[in-house]
Design a protein around this ligand. Structure first.
Ligand SMILES: *Cc1c(COP(=O)(O)O)cnc(C)c1O
Length: 426
């Protein structure tokens, strides 16, 4: 059933998917076609069940089909799917964002993280009158042209297009720096700090493994941008509401100029946002000259899912519970690695975990990530999938826990992981 569906998918959609990583190219094999999901589990078209450690790549911090979210979405849907006018639920969600990110007086809703970061970059360019932006190797900010750029060769920081179809003229306006390297950032700012509109960073980079940054590095970026009159954009599409209610902005105590949010914000529906101080946000149309719009932006059903999700997360035991689950999964996976004598570390922040299969200290920059781990990961991934454990189909993607996971799920993962490690060692 699943395999015939996959053939049909490949006939009508490039690679059989609507987003490339879903095609399992990095691990091999045909991806199961998902029929439904509930709590911490996915069910495929053959009726096989999996413990889900992907959580739709981050949004599902409450698990699948959480009753409060389904109830809120159902009620909203009955009241109309889209208005093309401001609705009360947008105001309510914007107020909840502001309560968690107090520096951000105002919120503009969009439909995807890509749009949020793309628009934040436009706002930064409009507000500063400068063209250049800076990103970091190993950070992902969606697929807009200016951010689909990777490090150029040699010592040059000028980026080069990371996709066909991105003009090199545009890619050259993006400088790409290594993470965890104050000196490189200082050199760039000394050379052309006055041309830089914004530095965009995932304050907890979670798209190329989990590359935990030093507080001092993030503080240096804050100081350099402020001194040069450039904006600092925290892309908290993953970390926002995940590692703390106010994301890394709260945990680091560093105030960016703009924050981008997505994933959890929509509770599994398409919603994202960028937010910041009123003086900056009022540069947006219709108040100001920076244009940005969206037919389905602030969609009432998506807003309802976001409100319900944030309200469940506001219960006092939510984050302690996510931390406890994360700590437990980290502990048992690390023990299985040690037992099998396999090199590797479990890198974890709260409910985000990365299985790093390299020896030594956890890397903080993409340049320190060993690509060789990917082959071992592919073997593990296949063995775990057969055992009913759904891990991200790439060695450099993280795992997410949700409030729907419990000790029994963790025990299932532990047993399967131990067996998969032994099988892949043979
Ligand atoms: C997922 C992600 C995006 C892009 O969001 P989409 O909704 O997939 O467009 C941007 N930034 C970060 C940090 C992300 O993890």
């Amino acid at each position: 059933m699943s395999s015939t569906l996959w053939q049909r998918a490949c006939a009508v959609m490039p690679g059989g998917v609507s987003s490339p990583v879903r095609a399992f190219r990095a691990v091999g094999g045909a991806p199961p076609i998902v029929r439904s999901a509930a709590g911490a589990e996915l069910t495929d078209a053959d009726g096989k069940r999996y413990v889900d450690l992907v959580g739709s790549w981050g949004p599902l911090i409450l698990g699948h089909a959480h009753p409060a979210v389904i109830e809120a979405v159902t009620r909203a849907a009955r009241e109309g799917l889209s208005f093309g006018a401001t609705c009360e639920r947008e105001i309510e969600l914007a107020e909840r964002v502001r309560a968690r990110f107090p520096f951000a007086d105002m919120v503009r809703f969009v439909s995807s993280g890509t749009e949020a970061v793309m628009s934040a970059v436009r706002l930064a360019r409009g507000a500063t009158g400068r063209a250049r932006i800076v990103k970091f190797e190993g950070c992902y900010h969606g697929h807009s042209d200016s951010l689909l750029v990777r490090a150029g060769s040699g010592l040059a920081t000028f980026g080069t297009a990371d996709s066909a179809g991105v003009p090199e003229e545009l890619a050259r306006l993006t400088d790409v720096l290594p993470l965890d390297d104050e000196a490189a950032a200082e050199r760039l700012f000394a050379e052309r700090g006055r041309e830089i509109a914004a530095v965009v960073i995932e304050p907890l980079p979670a798209n190329a493994g989990l590359l935990v940054q030093r507080q001092a590095f993030l503080e240096r970026l804050r100081a350099l941008t402020r001194a040069a009159g450039a904006l600092l954009v925290f892309d908290e599409v993953i970390s926002g509401f995940r590692v703390a209610p106010g994301g890394m902005t709260q945990l680091t105590g560093i105030t960016p100029d703009l924050v981008t949010l997505g994933k959890i914000l929509g509770g599994g529906m398409p919603a994202a946002a960028y937010a910041g101080p009123a003086a900056l946000m009022k540069q947006l149309a219709p108040d100001g000259p920076v244009y940005q719009a969206g037919t389905l932006s602030g969609n009432p059903v998506a807003m309802a899912a976001g409100i319900a999700t944030l309200d469940v997360l506001a219960e006092p035991d939510a984050y302690p519970r996510l931390e406890a689950l994360g700590a437990e999964l980290e502990r048992v996976l690390a023990r299985e690695l040690a037992r099998a004598g396999a090199p590797g570390t479990i890198v974890r922040v709260g409910s985000i975990l990365w299985l790093s299969l390299q020896a030594g200290a956890a890397p903080r920059a993409w340049g320190a990530v060993e690509r060789a781990g990917a082959e071992r990961y592919a073997l593990l991934h296949r063995a775990l999938l057969a055992e009913g454990i759904w891990l991200a189909p790439s060695a450099f993607e993280v795992a997410f826990l949700s409030l729907a996971h419990d000790e029994q799920h963790i025990e299932r993962v532990r047993l399967a992981f131990g067996r998969a490690l032994r099988a892949s060692a043979r």
